[in-house]
Design a protein around this ligand. Structure first.
Ligand SMILES: [Zn+2]
Length: 493
């Protein structure tokens, strides 16, 4: 389908984005047979049997644990879990799909409805969930790594039949950054509830994005393209950003966006046309004759909900209530369980939640970004960070010294108190020492003193800076301000 329109030069466009996320379920065995579901690292075709190789006559037997994990994820997303859902055959030919069809769910999915809510710097976001359904994964085509890879493709069926859920969102996202943030939140949630291992590089969590653009204010949706198999937050963001720009260029030039499937070429930083988009009828769905309808007891469904841990969204709300944090802080801190745990441990040990939040969202996060590491790699424990916060609150250290102590703690196993003691970084509250430093600075900067007395107030800040520098940042800033003002006024009158 194509839609053409007039050339719209200077028109403001709005992007409309929906995601389809495939999450493997953390089961020991595959979805319809007893083969190990471990596929990464195992030698090719070592975890296979007639069922997952699609041999004629082999019959599927549903893995109960997979259903349990799928229901767990559906609950966490706030979905309504259906008493009865139906497995269906999705027919298509692809070398890594030995049966010639994938067992999936179609018009009667496991769960419907639900939503994920989060805060961004740009405001609150709500992404509605259309459906969660179960399906089996395909095998893997190996295009490289063999002597004759130039001319042959090899097939590994270890992943064939590994259980998945597909989570489909409504087209509620409006920017690439929000889409990446949603995907990141979803990953954190699935990992927190023990449904997925979060290993995106190995493909246990991957995402397709449906992207279209329309003139801002229009209600009608534009023609969408589907970006396949995005397996990192960065790829999600970059691919969608590129695709939005590409579609705007196409429409601005008076042409029409093609309804197609596109691939993200990470090396080239662009999306490439892969094939025309299939419609549902191309798959000739029909109910899977080898499996009965999946019938779940309401009591069992409710029992699973009762075993869920505190979810990120509930934790975010608790952080606002319990610690009086701004909603944005709470949202950032609950973006992963590790970060939220780190914050709670720091807040408990320091007795100062807001300062804990500031240090973690500021200095500590900057470190993680700069070094490209995660919290798991960090030596600085919540206890030691709390020690610094307590020293600041007690007035032992202040000003630029605090950042210096933080840097030294981050790079060592020393406590803040040890560093302050060893390096003589304690705050100078001794009036005489500060007065001496102030006098020295005034003597050395007669011009600035003249300017201040002539009414140039900014000069005062310059002189404060000089005194702080002379005391290596250790002087009590309040005392410096006070004494500097007093001496300037005294000598001036
Ligand atoms: Zn098998």
């Amino acid at each position: 389908m194509t839609v053409s329109g007039p050339t719209l030069v200077g028109t403001a466009y709005e992007a409309v984005i929906g995601l389809e996320v495939h999450s493997q379920l953390l089961t020991a065995s595959k979805m319809f047979c007893g083969c190990s579901s471990e596929y990464a690292g195992a030698s090719p075709n070592s975890h296979v049997c007639p069922v997952c190789l699609g041999m004629p006559g082999a019959l599927p037997v549903l893995n109960g644990r997979a259903v349990e994990l799928a229901v767990r994820a559906a609950h966490a997303l706030g979905c309504a879990v259906q008493d009865i859902s139906i497995f269906a055959r999705k027919n298509y030919f692809y070398p890594d799909l030995p049966k010639g069809y994938q067992i999936s769910q179609y018009d009667r999915p496991l769960a419907t409805g639900g939503a994920v809510e989060f805060e961004t710097a740009g405001g609150a976001r709500r992404v509605n969930i259309t459906r969660v359904h179960m399906e089996e994964d395909a095998g893997k085509s190996l295009h490289e790594g063999y002597a004759d890879s130039e001319t042959r493709t090899y097939l590994d069926f270890n992943r064939s039949g590994v259980p998945l859920i597909e989570i489909v969102t409504e087209p509620d996202l409006r920017s690439a950054a929000d889409a990446a943030e949603f995907f990141s939140r979803l990953r954190a949630m699935l990992v927190a509830i023990g449904v997925n291992d979060g290993n995106m590089e190995e493909g246990s969590l991957r995402c397709d994005a449906n992207v279209s653009v329309r003139p801002a204010g229009d209600q009608k949706l534009g023609v969408k393209t589907e970006l396949k198999n995005l397996n990192s937050f960065r790829h999600v963001q970059k691919a969608i950003e590129y695709e939005i720009e590409r579609q705007i260029d196409v429409l601005s030039g008076g042409a029409a966006v093609e309804h197609e499937t596109r691939l993200w070429d990470a090396a080239g930083g662009r999306t490439l046309s892969m094939r025309g988009k299939e419609e549902a009828h191309d798959y000739r769905y029909f109910p899977e004759p080898d499996l009965p309808p999946l019938t779940l007891e309401r009591a069992w469904i409710d029992e699973i909900r009762a075993t869920l841990p505190e979810l990120p969204d509930a934790r975010r709300r608790r952080f606002v209530d319990q610690y009086a944090l701004p909603s944005y802080d709470a949202s950032v801190l609950t973006s992963s369980r590790e970060l939220a745990d780190y914050f709670e441990a720091t807040a408990a040990a320091s007795g100062n939640a807001k300062a804990s939040s500031n240090w973690i969202m500021g200095a500590l996060s900057a470190k993680l970004n700069d070094l490209g590491i995660t919290l798991a790699d960090v030596r600085l424990t919540p206890d030691r960070l709390a020690g610094l916060i307590r020293l600041i609150d007690a007035g032992t250290v202040s000003g630029p010294v605090t950042r210096d102590v933080f840097e030294k703690m981050f790079a060592s196993d020393s406590t803040a108190a040890e560093i302050v003691e060893r390096e003589g970084l304690a705050r100078i509250d001794d009036q005489e020492a500060i007065v001496a430093a102030v006098r020295e600075v005034l003597g050395a900067n007669p011009q600035a003193v003249e300017q201040y007395r002539a009414g140039k107030q900014q000069t005062f800040g310059f002189l404060v800076g000089k005194v702080m520098k002379a005391t290596r940042g250790k002087a009590n800033p309040a005392l410096v301000n006070d004494l500097l003002r007093r001496l300037l006024d005294e000598n001036g009158s």
